[in-house]
Design a protein around this ligand. Structure first.
Ligand SMILES: NC(=O)c1ccc[n+]([C@@H]2O[C@H](COP(=O)([O-])OP(=O)(O)OC[C@H]3O[C@@H](n4cnc5c(N)ncnc54)[C@H](O)[C@@H]3O)[C@@H](O)[C@H]2O)c1
Length: 420
């Protein structure tokens, strides 16, 4: 069954509140504002899947197309037991703002299925992934809506989805999904793109704040695709010491720093970062309040909120997760002078390389990894500076700066198209 988020942490209400605040500041045309408060389209699907035991299990899923004024809807598919329509709506809205902040010719969408992948076999996951695409495929297309991976969805799942969609069309249309394996038209550099984009932003922020990050401490919440790659790149590209990381089972702490390769081996062997030799156990809530230079939330929404924002000691928060801080937290963090790199910018490396993947798929020519890194770095730097400029111009925190930039761009596109 669908689980409702706690009232004040409902992600869609938060997304709307953020939009309303930006719209007020720029005195957005009321019709444009009203359109942007709603998804343009959404589909709720019920998905029967034959489980290995032979019984049929019924899953529920969604695909939301929030706004495609600037181009086809783009956004991942999440497989999560707590998925809800409001989470998917919020994530689809954030994708709309994110593609606009990055100035990509795309809109925003998102999908999700309520399921617990950890309790499913590989065959069950394949059947669910294909069945989801058979249900939402009517909304997808190169010029309509292009999904990608998100929490608990992988390149293999993207491959099944691209294959199922291709069968439905009667020809290969691999470009309809991004985050695919390289062998099926994936882009070099997509695997660590979200983490890498965030690290490029941290480098820009450190320069802005006059911080030398070398040897400084970092903590990372979440140790999946984004969190584990952030660990690797924070050490490799920034010379930082990652002292604390966590996953859904709990966290670990070592003031000397955690070794990425050894921790990956441990996680692969045991399924969790917990119990890593030489490290002390730490609760997920404690991780957020540690005395570190940079805090990387890379797991779930609303983890930084009115009740803990006042205790945060980091100088910089790099929001790799979507929606990790609530509006109450934003106010507190801003008043404490903590520099937040907002999710709309910080985790946009993934969608940017997904866009590169769409471009490469459409002309059938593939770039070298260094080429992808160079293009990503340029996009991230430009967007970082633009967000910073906008925040300063309006004298607001960076999230509102990012919102204002994005909302103006989407509203301009709607006006040019004659929608408002
Ligand atoms: N993958 C991408 O390209 C991408 C792009 C943009 C944003 N994001 C966002 O980054 C975040 C992580 O995505 P991912 O792709 O790494 O997912 P993932 O499924 O690979 O990993 C998720 C991680 O979060 C951990 N986790 C789950 N619940 C937790 C909890 N309560 N406390 C601490 N850790 C918890 C899991 O154990 C796992 O380590 C999500 O918010 C996602 O929306 C991902």
């Amino acid at each position: 069954m669908q689980t409702e988020a706690a009232p004040d942490h409902n992600p869609f209400r938060i997304a709307r509140k953020q939009l309303d605040e930006a719209a007020d500041i720029i005195q957005l045309d009321p019709a444009a504002h009203e359109i942007l408060r709603w998804p343009l389209r959404e589909l709720h699907v019920t998905i029967p899947v034959k489980m290995d035991s032979g019984c049929i299990k019924i899953f529920h899923g969604f695909r939301v197309q929030y706004n495609d004024a600037r181009g086809p809807n783009k956004g991942g598919v999440r497989f999560h037991p707590d998925e809800s329509i409001d989470t998917v709506r919020a994530l689809a809205a954030w994708m709309t703002w994110k593609t606009a902040v990055m100035d990509l010719p795309l809109g925003g969408g998102k999908g999700g299925v309520i399921c617990d992948t950890k309790s499913m076999s590989n065959d069950e996951l394949e059947r669910l992934s294909r069945a989801y695409i058979r249900q939402v495929g009517r909304m997808l297309g190169l010029e309509k809506d292009v999904p990608a991976p998100d929490m608990y969805t992988t390149p293999q799942i993207m491959a099944w989805m691209a294959d199922e969609y291709s069968f439905m069309q009667g020809n290969n249309e691999f470009g309809v999904v991004t985050g695919k394996p390289l062998e099926l038209g994936g882009s070099a550099g997509r695997g660590d793109a979200t983490a890498r984009g965030g690290i490029y932003c941290v480098r820009e922020a450190a320069e802005l704040l006059g911080m030398n990050l070398s040897g400084m401490k970092a903590a990372i919440q979440g140790y999946g695709n984004v969190g584990s790659n952030t660990h690797k790149l924070a050490v490799e590209l920034l010379g930082m010491r990652v002292v604390c990381v966590s996953d859904s089972q709990g966290g670990i702490y070592n003031p000397e720093g955690l070794d990425h390769a050894e921790l990956m081996t441990h996680k692969q062997a045991t399924g969790s970062v917990t119990g890593f030799p030489g490290a002390l156990p730490v609760a997920n809530e404690e991780l957020l309040e540690l005395d570190v230079a940079v805090l990387f939330p890379a797991a779930l929404e609303s983890v930084i909120n009115g009740s803990n924002a006042g205790n945060i000691k980091a100088i910089l928060i790099a929001e790799l997760a979507n929606g990790p801080a609530t509006p109450e937290a934003d106010k507190i963090l801003y008043s404490k002078g903590i520099h937040v790199i907002p999710d709309l910018l910080c985790n946009a490396g993934g969608v940017t390389v997904s866009y590169f993947e769409m471009v490469q798929n459409s002309y059938g020519y593939y770039w070298e990894e260094e080429d992808v890194h160079r293009r990503l770095e340029k996009k991230m730097k430009t967007a970082f500076r633009k967000v910073n400029e906008t925040a300063r111009k309006y004298n607001v925190h960076n999230r509102l700066g990012a919102y204002i930039l994005a909302v103006e761009r989407v509203a301009d596109a709607m006006k040019l198209r004659g929608w408002v």
